[in-house]
Design a protein around this ligand. Structure first.
Ligand code: GLA
Length: 629
């Protein structure tokens, strides 16, 4: 029942009735695309550089450098105040009070400080302004700060500066009155203030929930969290008639947000906070890299802000700093600088300003890179660009050097035609046919733009264009933590406790060129290099851009442990049935499906089974492609 509720709630935006058939075609794209994030947002945030020790001078100092250095002209626009700006919530009317000693410009006339002069200043510089709040009554720093210095002061109620119970009032204040353009909404208020927590037992805070448990999706009230985001969204819409606002979801991959965050806001965090440590980069990267089908123009995966400029990513570690930037660009991550730009040396400014790499992140096709080669040490990531060229990253995660053979098939390019690689750091060109051997040093990421002849003539495999494929219902009914995400000893608890456990639910979600559990796609002994792996009882939406035919070889994947239930694969064009398979069971050969899609704008791919446990029934849309003929 819980699973049903989760699945229903995930689709509730599109289908209000809880009893609705979630696999029924809707004829419409359901992922969020309302905001101004057709490409991933870029900018700067105060958190990594300053924590709660923020003030107007240091924020505006970085903003000025963004303009003066030319980074603004390259797309860095959002200047976001993170946690630490609130002094209190005024008892008489619930109005939020700014720490005016830190933001002197807020003291204009009257007794109530306002951020309007601050946002006016940023807007006059051609920039956008972002603010921070929490889904609960209290913020993350109120839960975790080791000092009281920068925290809200006053009574329990006065220190409740989060959105809970104040969504309409606070959003109106931030957007209508103060003129912000972006809001990051954190989740500690729903997680860290349960009645058993020390901070509540000590009488310092009011109990709430916990509604969210990052370590246990089954102890998380997903519909309640979705209700809050839905309310925030409606309010944002009402308070921003021009539509120029951006919602950043920050619940760290918890609450199975993988499945539904893309329906609610422009960016959604997939992991806990990044730190200036290589191991944390791997955690955050891993939480995104297998989720390319969950990112689209308008709604992006967010592996957290850039930490270039500190620790393992400082100027003494240019290899790591460049890897960080290259990977975030390949993943279509928001590029939010987290450094004090007044103090950043030219070698690191050059990384932020690499126009060719920014262009990968901002490529209008919005295809997050997919994994073409996957091991614990080396990843090959490939991203299809709007021009049809590819970007390819060869990422050495480990501590030893590797010679890596990059093949034409990794790029889905023909193996008998020349391929040109342009190194996006050195701009050097290399040409090869079929394969080339490349040396990659520890922690290095080689990054190229690749031009070649497409192996698939006259079309694209769906796995090449994940920005146009939305797993609206991915079939996951029992969300479990993803065991493939790197677990670092440098996590928040250090080596105290029993270790860093798999946390982020989403194992078994839809994957490009892989089964949901990371295996090679295979139907009745026939492997597929290209295709979509998803679970039974799933529905994908595919945006068509002028293609005339859809083709796929479909079947239950050989990896299915359910050998008895059958699956029927259906294709819909703008809501109408245009193709259907026979009932197919594990072990049966793939069935070739082809459907005309001339003039069709939205294709829906449904894999339906009755009575099965979806998690035991992975299905394969082998070689699924949109073709010109
Ligand atoms: C959480 C978020 C961080 C940051 C802090 C602020 O940890 O994940 O990005 O906003 O809260 O306290």
């Amino acid at each position: 029942m819980k699973a049903l509720l989760i699945a229903c709630a995930a689709a509730a935006l599109a289908t209000p009735a809880l009893s609705a058939d979630l696999l029924a075609p809707t004829g419409r794209w359901s992922a969020y695309s309302a905001g101004p994030a057709a490409t991933p947002p870029m900018g700067w945030s105060s958190w990594n550089a300053f924590g709660t020790n923020i003030d107007e001078t240091n924020i505006l100092g970085s903003a000025q450098r963004i303009v003066d250095s030319g980074l603004a002209a390259k797309g860095y626009r959002y200047i976001n105040i993170d946690d630490g700006w609130a002094a209190k919530r005024r008892a008489s009317d619930g109005h939020l009070i700014i720490r005016a000693d830190r933001f002197p410009s807020s003291r204009v006339g009257g007794n109530t400080p306002t951020f309007k002069p601050f946002t006016d200043r940023l807007h006059a510089m051609g920039l956008k302004a972002g603010i921070y709040s929490d889904l609960g009554r209290n913020t993350c720093s109120e839960a975790y700060s080791t000092t009281q210095d920068d925290l809200p002061k006053g009574s329990i109620a006065e220190r409740e500066v989060g959105l809970y119970g104040h969504i309409d009032q606070d959003i109106a204040l931030y957007f209508r009155d103060w003129g912000f353009d972006f809001i990051k909404v954190d989740g500690c208020g729903l997680r860290d203030y349960g009645p058993a927590s020390e901070r509540v037992r000590s009488g310092r805070f009011r109990a709430l929930g916990p509604i969210l448990d990052s370590g246990s999706v089954s102890r998380t009230d997903i519909p309640a969290i979705q209700d809050l985001f839905r309310h925030i969204n409606l309010t944002l819409k009402a308070d921003n008639p021009d539509g120029d606002y951006l919602l950043s979801l920050c619940i760290w991959g918890a609450a199975n947000v993988r499945a539904w965050g893309k329906d609610y806001g422009a960016i959604s965090r997939t992991s806990d906070d990044i730190a200036p440590a290589w191991g944390r980069l791997l955690v955050n990267y891993d939480s995104v890299v297998t989720r390319s089908l969950y990112a689209h123009p308008g709604s992006w995966n967010d592996p957290d802000m850039l930490y270039i400029g500190a620790g393992d990513f400082n100027a003494e570690h240019l290899t790591e700093a460049r890897s960080h930037f290259a990977l975030w660009a390949m993943l279509d991550a928001p590029l939010m600088i987290g450094a004090d730009l007044r103090k950043i040396p030219p070698s690191l400014m050059d990384i932020f300003g690499n126009a060719d790499i920014i262009a990968l992140d901002q490529d209008p096709a919005g295809n997050q890179a997919t994994l073409a080669y996957d091991s614990s040490d080396v990843h090959i990531l490939v991203k299809t660009l709007a021009s049809g060229d590819k970007a390819v990253a060869i990422f050495n995660r480990g501590s030893g050097a590797y010679d890596v053979d990059l093949h034409a098939f990794h790029l889905k390019f023909a193996d008998n035609a020349p391929i040109e690689l342009t190194d996006l750091w050195s701009k050097r060109e290399t040409n090869f046919i079929d394969h080339v051997r490349l040396h990659v040093r520890p922690r290095e990421t080689l990054l190229f733009r690749a031009h070649g002849t497409r192996a698939l003539k006259g079309g694209y495999y769906l796995s090449e264009i994940p920005g146009r494929v939305n797993p609206a219902v991915d079939g996951v009914t029992y969300p479990t933590p993803d065991p493939t995400i790197f677990r670092t000893a440098a996590g928040w608890a250090g080596t105290n406790g029993a270790g860093d456990r798999p946390t982020y639910a989403g194992w078994g979600g839809a994957r490009a060129d892989s089964t949901p559990y990371g295996q090679v796609l295979q139907i009745s002994g026939k492997p597929f290099r290209a295709g979509i792996g998803i679970l039974a009882n799933s529905r994908m939406e595919v945006r068509n851009d002028g293609a005339r035919q859809f083709k796929a070889d479909v079947g239950v994947d050989d990896s299915a442990t359910d050998k008895s239930h059958s699956v029927v694969f259906s294709i819909y064009g703008d809501g109408k049935l245009i193709g259907r398979s026979r009932p197919l069971k594990q072990g049966m050969p793939a069935e070739a499906l082809a459907a005309p899609i001339d003039g069709v704008r939205l294709i829906e791919l449904v894999a339906r089974s009755t009575g099965a446990q979806n998690e035991r029934l992975p299905v394969t849309w082998g070689d699924a492609a949109l073709l010109d003929q």
